[in-house]
Ligand binder design. Structure first.
Ligand code: RIB
Length: 315
């Protein structure tokens, strides 16, 4: 028997620059390195899920849209190499989007501007047309780099079909998310910044994260997994339990871009395999822990044997 993780989301090309500091307006700054590679939160999460599943009985399907251009070809080559079923990806006349990623060479932290491009033309009606595939999935995973009504339709179809839903509310919304959307999340996976924006509450300490997670549960999410970077992830369930799953130290941090995507992809695969919630979160943390030791977003996603090795490491 085969289980599916179905990811509805974005693809964009990542154009990444490493630098010692951000340039000021009007300034030209010499950077350290430059890289062009596959990105977009949806596609990154699909790649993370696909690489995490080797040897398991799970398959990954991706639904999106790309342009008929070089970045669209980069997308399709990426999915083919990862073994992702891209039969729900369409091609349109709009250009594939891109993200400018500025990486702090010392800390590995990033600042990103994303223009979603072609994938942002995906409509709710087109998601309706994939209702059979969504309804047959074991886990449905989506993010906020597509139009909100398109994301919401995917979540509604999955919820109506009894498919567990993961909503990664990234990038952080500029306006409050509709409660109707949050209520469609079986698992809401914000990072600290996103949780602060969603709740209007500060999220710097673990205690503050617990308060924000409680507020998100009260908004209708069934479970909240609030990722805490190097501190791991806070798991808040509707029965009021709050558990911090520690992060994994897989080596020196090179770049944190895509760490949230690594977590979501690994977590989705583990859930589709039937792992209990805390084990699935641990699996997601291990996936993210390896990804931050590598450059790039999709290219930094670890393979299953690497995740298993980290999970069984004796410290
Ligand atoms: O989460 C990281 C991703 O966000 C990057 O790959 C970039 O494309 C942006 O969408």
């Amino acid at each position: 028997m085969s289980n599916n993780v179905l990811v509805l989301g974005s693809f964009v090309a990542d154009v990444a620059f490493r630098m010692t500091r951000l340039p000021a307006w009007g300034e030209t700054l010499m950077g350290e390195t430059f890289a062009l590679g596959p990105g977009g939160k949806g596609s990154n999460q699909a790649v993370a899920a696909a690489r995490a599943l080797a040897g398991s009985n799970v398959k990954v399907q991706f639904m999106s849209r790309v342009g008929d251009d070089a970045f669209g070809t980069l997308a399709r080559d990426t999915w083919k190499a990862a073994g992702i079923d891209a039969s729900l990806v369409t091609t349109c006349t709009a250009a594939t989007g891109a993200a400018a990623i500025l990486i702090d060479a010392a800390k590995g932290e990033n600042a990103i501007i994303v223009v979603p491009g072609a994938c942002f033309t995906l409509t709710p009606a087109e998601v309706d047309a994939a209702a059979a595939e969504i309804g047959a999935a074991s886990v449905f995973l989506t993010q906020l780099e597509l139009p909100l009504d398109t994301v919401e339709r995917g979540l509604q179809i999955a919820r109506n079909a009894g498919v567990p839903t993961i909503l990664n509310p990234a990038p952080a919304p500029a306006t409050p998310l509709p409660a109707s959307l949050i209520a469609l999340a079986d698992y809401l996976t914000p990072n600290e910044t996103e949780a602060a924006l969603l709740t209007g509450m500060p999220v710097e300490t673990v205690e503050q994260a617990k308060l924000a997670a409680a507020a998100l549960l009260a908004s209708g999410a069934r479970n909240v997994i609030l990722t805490l970077g190097a501190r791991g992830a806070l798991v808040a369930t509707s029965d009021g339990r709050m558990t911090v799953v520690p992060a994994f130290d897989a080596g020196p941090v090179l770049e944190t871009t895509g760490a949230g995507d690594a977590f979501c992809g690994g977590f989705a695969t583990a859930l589709a395999e039937g792992q209990p919630l805390l084990d699935a979160v641990r699996f997601g943390c291990a996936t993210a822990g390896i990804s931050v030791t590598r450059a790039g977003t999709a290219p930094s996603m670890p393979h299953r044997h690497e995740i298993d090795k980290l999970l069984t490491r004796i410290v």
